[in-house]
Structure formats: structure tokens, C-alpha cells
Design a protein around this ligand. Sequence first.
Ligand code: HEM
Length: 525
Amino acid sequence: MLGQLIKESASAALQYYSHSILIAGVLAVLWKAFSNFQIYHSRPRGVRIIAEPYSVRRWFKDFDFILKGSTQILNAYGKLGAGSTFAIPSMAEYQVLTSNPSDIEALCNGPEDQLSFHEAMTDRLKHYYTIYKFQYGDPDPNDSIPRRVVKVLLRMQLPTLRPIIEEKVKHGFEAQLAKGKDVGDGWTALSTFLLSKAVVEESNARIILGKTIGNQRECVDAALRYVGDVVVAAEIARQFPTFLTPIIAPTIMRWSGAMSKLVKFISPVVEERKKLQAKGLADMSGEHRDCIQWTLEASKTPAQRATPRVVAVLIGLLLASSHQMSMTLTYVLYSLCQHPEYIPELRSEMEASLNADPDDPFKRLYLLESFLMEVARLNPPDALVVQRKVKKTVKLPSGAVIPPNNLIAVPQQAMARNPALFPEPDTFDGRRFLPENEHIRATQAVTKLTDVKYSYMYWGPPRKPCPGRWYASYTLKAVLVHILMNYDFKQENEKARKYFLWTTAILPLPTTRILFRKRDASNMV
Ligand code: HEM
């Protein structure tokens, strides 16, 4: 009876909507044909093209790029070799990928009006809809405000903020552990990625939003949910024609309402701080050591200080900090599980560093620094870095001519497999970046996770790299010191898949779990 009713309703709906479905199908085919023509018309010249985008068969192969983009890039790089520049058709443009040193330098140092970081990010993040109407350009054309807040003001305060970061990390970790599944013999199972996200957000929300709201459970949960919403909204919107973005992205963002909640939490605090500043209490950094305060201090013009703009900058910082940090932490935890032989030495190093300088306990963590760099080398959050949208035709030193609307980037995941840069590149070597002798470590600048160079582009272009790398490195160390000194851990299932591919992103699977067990009390800090 019920089955019959469902069948009849379905067939009635199909009849009723058949015209609309037909029209939508025809429009989709026309749009695809038009966009393929555009891609073909703007194809790069003087560069090896890996596959043509305009055959009908290729239309379906677009799904290959969505599901295996980074594998396609690794294969092409493997075939053409290090130092090559090649193009690969993606959904809406050619991606020109270069490991040629001169091309990389030209890409990293190209002007914004020719090789646009802003446009590439707009395509990727749809941030007008996902970061509370944030727009690049006016009133802060060079992104000086977030850069100053994170690179100068936050970095300067890191030693003072350390007790807060450590407290937040500890609290975040213990709260997650309490929610984990008891699997017997003292072990608790937790999703590695969800744990990493929660612990990182606990610290980020407090440091960015301050103690009034950054300590409120509802606000931290909204920040956590918001970051996930952006990833989903932007990735789904990217698969459709751009004219549908204003419908798709806001609909997904409204689903959980996390962004609106954040706006409601942050706006009154920004207003309040502005009032205090207007009363002449200019330097409140002692009382309000957080990114809300520093964003107001770095914002000078009325347009920069407008509350919605300040809120958008802060929400953007929550996004920029949380997504990549939690991915990195996940991959570090997996690497420790796969290479437990490093753990005893890492623990001894942590104890020694803590005892040698309790005020700067992360200073002498040389092995950890090298271990983190090796994890980052082999596990970048995206196959590509320094993604730039071409605005005016560009001729690269290798001779490649790239017309507007294409994307140029560095295939960092593939380049990390270059044996000339990294001997035995496929082998995990936690000591790869470790300076050999104690004297060199004590007297000379050592290789650090936060260093930037053309051969190691985890943080982006050397001239304008990620400004948050000191905070990211500091907080990751705080998390790892807490976990390593207080817990034993191992993967629940060593064969479980750890990540999945989505276009060029390499995303941890939230279903893969780690087991934790408290260490012997005499070994804990
Ligand atoms: C492991 C964690 C992180 C990774 C791997 C990472 C990576 C990057 C990369 C590659 C870029 C440069 C993009 C380009 O020029 O193509 C970038 C930019 C940026 N990052 Fe990070 N980041 C991380 C953490 C953070 C944190 C914690 C913050 C803030 C506290 C932050 C704030 C920013 C900002 C504001 C920019 C844009 C800079 C500009 O406009 O020039 N990042 N990040």
C-alpha cells in the first residue's frame, strides 16, 4: 500500500517536473560546452599540456580531477621530471604547474595585478559568502592588517601567551578524551582529525577572540563548526557555474548558522573595545591580549574600523588558522604512530629543554623541529602552493605563455619527491633536517619549521609567506609536548585509510582513530 503510494507520487512528480529537469539538463550541457570552449580558447602555449579538456570523453574525466587531482599531478611530474612546467586541465581553467626554479621565482614575485593571489583565493574560498562579505582590495589593498596582527603583534606576544595556549591545549585535549570510546585496558579511541580540530580551535578561538568570548563553549563550538562549513560550501560551489555561487554558498553557510552565531558573538565585543579606545584608553594590550584588540590597533581608517569589516577580518583569521593547523596536527600524530622509534628521544629532548629553560621550553626541541618539517614535507594540506590566477598574459622564463583566467602554482607535494632536493625522498626520515652537532645547534641558526625557502614551500612564497607560521609552530609544539609527555598512543587500525583526495586538497578522514592511554604517573608533566 505504502509502496504503491510512493511509486505513484514519484511518477507524478517526474511528470510534473520533467520539463524543468529537461531544461536544467540542456542548460548544464550548454554551460559545459561554453566553459570548455573558453578553457580551450585561453589554453597556455609553449608548455606541455597533459590532457585536452574539450573532448566529450574528457567531460566525464573532469570527475577524475575532482577525485584524483593530486594523483594526476604526481603522475605528470613523475613522467616529465623535476624542473618541468606543464599544464593540466581542471574544472574551470588550465592549471599550469611549475617546478622550474626560474618560473617559480617569477611566480612568487609576480605583481598582484598580473598573478593574483586574491583572485585565486576568491575562486577557491568564495569568501564574500563564506567570510561574512569579506572582500579583498579596499579598504586594505595589501592585506596589511591581518599580516601585521599575526606576523608582528601575535608573534611578539607568544612567550607571554604560552601559559594560556598550554592551558587551552590541555583543556581541549582532556575534554575530547573524556568523550572518547573506552576500548579496554586503559585505552580510549578518538577520531584523530576531530580531536586535532577541537584541540587547535580551543587555542585559536581564545587567542583570536579573547577571554570574554573565546572561553565560551558556544562560541568555540561555532568557530569549530564554521571552519567545516566553509570547506564544504566553497568546495561544492566550485563544482557549479559561478553565477550559482550566490545561491549555493550562502545556502550551505546558513544550514548550521555557525557564521551568523560568530558574528553575534564578535560584533558587540568589537563595539565595546572601540568605545574604550575612543575614551582614550589606547594601549590596552595588557588587558586584552587578543587579535580583536590588535586588529583594532592595526586598523586606521574609518572603513577599516567599521565593525562588519573588523568582524570579517577576525572570522578570516579563525579560518586561516584552524583548517591547516588541524590537518598538520593530524598528520604529525599519524607519523608518530608509524614511527614510534622517535618517541623516547623526543620525550627526553622535551624534558631536557623544559629543565634547561622553563621560560622558553620550546627553544631546544631540535629533533621535534626536524620531525615536524619531515611530516610537513610529505603531508602538505594541498598538492599545490602559491596558487595565482593569471590576470594579464604572462610569459614565464621557461618560455611558457599563459593567457588570463588560468591558474599557475607550484606542485609542492610532487616537488617534495625530488631526490636532488631530498635524498631518498619517499623515505620518512625524522632527522632529515637535524643539524648534526650540538655546538652548531647552540651557536648557529638552525633549520626551523618556520623557515621559508624556494626548495621548501610549505608556507608559501619566500617573499610573502604565511604570517601565522610562528603561532602555528608554537601551538603545535605545545600540543605535542602535552600528548607525548602524558600519553601513550597508537593507531586503532594500522591499515585504515588516513586521508581522501578532493581536487588538489589532501584531507584527513574523520573516521580514522587513534587510541590514547595515560602514561605511568612517574613519567608525566
Ligand atoms: C600549519 C598551518 C598553516 C599552514 C600550512 C599555512 C599555510 C599558508 C600558506 C601556504 C600561505 C600563503 C598563500 C600564498 O601566498 O599562496 C598562507 C597565508 C596566510 N596565512 Fe597561513 N598557514 C598556516 C597557519 C596559519 C595561522 C595559524 C594563521 C593565523 C594565525 C595564518 C594566517 C595566514 C594569513 C592571514 C595568510 C594570508 C597572508 C596574505 O594575505 O598575504 N596561517 N598560509
